[in-house]
Design a protein around this ligand. Sequence first.
Ligand code: AP5
Ligand code: MG
Length: 214
Amino acid sequence: MKIIMLGAPGAGKGTQAIRLAEELGLPHISTGDIFRYNIKNNTELGQKAKAYMDKGQLVPDELTVDLLLDRVAKEDCENGYILDGYPRTIPQAEVLDKALAEKNEKIDYAVNIAVPDENIINRMGGRRTCTNCGETYHIVYNAPKVEGICDRCGAPLIQREDDKPETVASRLNVYHEMTEPLENYYKESGVYVEVDGTQTMDEVFASILALLKD
Ligand code: AP5
Ligand code: MG
């Protein structure tokens, strides 16, 4: 099964994608995590991506598309995958659809986690992310057992650089302008489903599973 997670920054794409990947036994592919890994390791791609990410802008399609196509061509993607943070523009979606069509394949679901902008700012301020495995926490809604330490792998948690309020505002603007039109794109191809992302994490997860099983 091939699933795309849609939603604003902070809507809970990563939180739900990790759970879904475990539940369905599929790889979780986050372009944001791939860029952050490259930034941490100071690769050429990382240096280029950082300049955009720090400002809350999208990394250009030419740096993103091939990276994603290479990743989904890997063996662990044979039975499908959960995409988190890709596509973010109509051209990115078109490139993916074209590559899939060449293999007679298609996206099964585009799951939009709907959360109003007002809720987003609050979530971002409290988010903490594992430096090693990418697991996401929230200091109030999903606190780690030991402050500052990942429950899953024991590595330190950090606050993401792009979670400062002014950067979040620009990420939200970019989302509305560039990414939100994907809702109609996937409605037209008949794979769009939506869940209320203001519910608790467990409720959001249950809502997604219910839609996938229908
Ligand atoms: P990316 O890493 O994808 O960031 P994003 O889309 O801005 O989304 P986030 O990771 O911030 O939020 P999320 O929806 O995953 O929410 P989370 O589960 O963490 O991309 C970062 C940057 O990389 C982009 O700005 C861009 O520059 C670049 N980039 C990446 N992909 C790209 C592409 N394809 N093209 C171009 N550029 C690209 O949850 C947020 C917080 O809320 C957490 O603290 C969590 O614990 C909490 N939370 C989650 N669910 C709930 C709930 N139900 N109730 C209460 N709290 C909750
Ligand atoms: Mg994320």
